[in-house]
Ligand binder design. Structure first.
Ligand code: CA
Length: 230
């Protein structure tokens, strides 16, 4: 599944190189020339990962990273910092500010793609193409297929994304606004009852194999994907 990556870099040539490299690797890229623009974009929709240059005009990459880590809504977004070669102190500061990894400039496109893949695998399993199987229910993001035993289950695109998010984050309760953010990418303009509608559709798609019981309502809180039926 392609990840949405927000790249924050003030040098247009480098920003373009990043964008082309990541698009070629199958990702969707959002571009911001400074931290303030990046913050505005994150307020509208959460990206799967942020790649941020350490040296930016105005707010620095480190400060942006700290701010994202200090807010509940943005705390979990994986961050990779771009630093200058050989600047050990900036690497240390970058990691201390909450970045998950850093890449030194100049970087090779292959290295950048590999580091992003590694961080996504570690931090955002919903943005990878790994097959997930729980209680015989199997979801394959690469082929967009959901199956149980030999039965192929037919899900709409939203139900597919919803199930994928729930199965990659099992045993946790997700509120409606959190699901809107993570699955719809929009917690502002989409109504919360939209979530209920799609949960209902998802359950009915899973009914033929009895897996609808794994999609559970937690009264007053939201929804959870759980093997625990008690
Ligand atoms: Ca810069």
């Amino acid at each position: 599944m392609p990840a949405t990556i927000l790249a924050v870099e003030d040098e247009p040539a480098i920003l373009e190189l990043i964008a082309v490299t990541l698009q070629r690797a199958g990702h969707d890229v959002l571009k911001a020339p400074d931290a303030e623009t990046a913050q505005r974009m994150v307020r509208e929709a959460l990206p799967d990962l942020i790649l941020v240059d350490w040296m930016l005009p105005g707010m620095s990459g480190v400060d942006l990273s700290r701010r994202l880590r200090s807010e509940e809504r943005t705390r979990q977004i994986p961050i990779i910092m771009l630093t200058a070669r050989g600047d050990e102190q900036s690497k240390v500061n970058g990691l201390e500010s909450g970045a998950d990894d850093y890449v030194t400039k100049p970087f090779s496109p292959r290295e950048l793609v590999a580091r992003i893949k590694a961080v996504l695998r570690r931090r955002s399993p919903q943005a990878t193409e790994d097959v997930v199987e729980i209680k015989g229910l199997r979801i394959d993001p690469a082929t967009h297929r959901v199956s149980a035993g030999g039965t192929i289950l037919n899900l709409g695109p939203t139900e597919f994304r919803l199930l994928h998010f729930l199965m990659t984050h099992p045993e946790r309760v997700h509120s409606r606004p959190q699901l809107l953010d993570q699955v719809w990418g929009d917690h502002v303009f989409v109504e919360e009852r939209t979530v209920d509608v799609h949960i209902r559709r998802l359950r009915s798609a899973l009914e033929s194999t009895g897996h609808e019981v794994l999609v559970q309502t937690v009264r007053g809180s939201g929804y959870r994907f759980s093997e625990d039926m008690s």
